[in-house]
Write a protein that binds this ligand. Structure first.
Ligand SMILES: [Zn+2]
Length: 289
């Protein structure tokens, strides 16, 4: 069931980010997550083997195999081969520029995965990519993602809504470009009112775009925890798995908070600069008069 790389050619042509688990990033919460990930990587050989058996057991009970999902064991030994053969397998209809960019990112991410620093679920291609030896436990959370996207309308909807994060640059742009509201609100057009609303709530709206991601991640861990509960994992390892998933979730929360605070501050800074320029111009005009 775990594809150990005999058949290396994976067609990633449908593969679409987002990649999960941004644990290689820096930051306070990510630091904590890194510690727990490192602990998960430093397990004794005996515990690693227990996790590997548990992953196989969870995968079998999850029903994901019937839905077409596969677990691919990505290792430093087979990663180059996977990339090379995936390039060959990629659809020739793919635009060459897009293909180059796509494989640049895929190469980077697969290397991180091969060292066991990250795992992911390639939703469209139905691959769970993980280094089974170093981070086998992460496959259980990734199975949760697989269950979310192939689950009911609510979990599928939550997954799709992750794309709302792409709106962040637009929120930032509106926040900076729309001037502060000085006129009479009643006489303003609907568009201007909407712009002012986005500007005044830029931080909160930015945070709201992260809510589906936070929900999807939490749900994936809950689904994973349910699977793990029925597996041969002993209590102490089950506890360690769940604790790691909670801490990994805080990295998403911290990213959401940092980015939304950043947007809010950038909008305020934009206003300050505009005020400063207006003030200077006024002074200049007064000097001329
Ligand atoms: Zn995840």
């Amino acid at each position: 069931m775990v594809d150990v790389g005999k058949k290396y050619g994976f067609d990633f042509s449908k593969f679409k980010p987002p990649f999960c688990e941004p644990i290689q990033h820096k930051g306070f919460f990510n630091g904590i997550a890194n510690i727990t990930i490192t602990r998960l990587q430093n397990l004794s050989q005996q515990n690693r083997d227990i996790f590997k058996t548990a992953v196989e057991d969870c995968f079998q009970r999850s029903g994901l195999a019937k839905k077409g999902f596969k677990i691919i064991n990505v290792t430093p030994e087979n990663v180059e081969k996977i990339i090379e053969n995936s390039k060959k397998a990629a659809q020739s209809t793919m635009n060459p520029f897009k293909k180059r960019r796509f494989f640049k990112r895929l190469t980077r991410d697969l290397h991180v995965i091969s060292y066991g620093r990250q795992a992911t679920c390639a939703i469209k291609d139905k691959y769970i990519l993980v280094n089974m030896e170093n981070l086998g436990a992460a496959a259980i959370h990734e199975m949760g993602h697989g269950l979310n996207v192939s689950g009911n309308i609510v979990t599928r909807g939550i997954f799709r809504a992750r794309a709302l994060r792409k709106l962040v640059p637009f929120i930032l742009g509106i926040g900076i470009l729309v001037p502060k509201n000085k006129g009479n609100e009643e006489t303003q057009s609907k568009l201007k009112k909407a712009g002012t609303f986005v500007k005044n709530n830029a931080g909160k709206i930015t945070f709201a775009t992260f809510i589906p991601t936070l929900l999807d991640e939490a749900l994936a861990s809950i689904q994973g925890a349910k699977l793990a509960k029925g597996s041969p994992l002993p209590k102490n390892l089950l506890k360690q798995l769940n604790r790691t998933n909670v801490l990994a979730w805080t990295t998403y929360l911290s990213s959401a908070l940092i980015i939304s605070t950043g947007v809010s501050l950038a909008v305020k800074a934009g206003d300050k600069i505009r005020d400063f320029i207006a003030h200077k111009r006024e002074k200049k005009l007064q000097g001329k008069a």
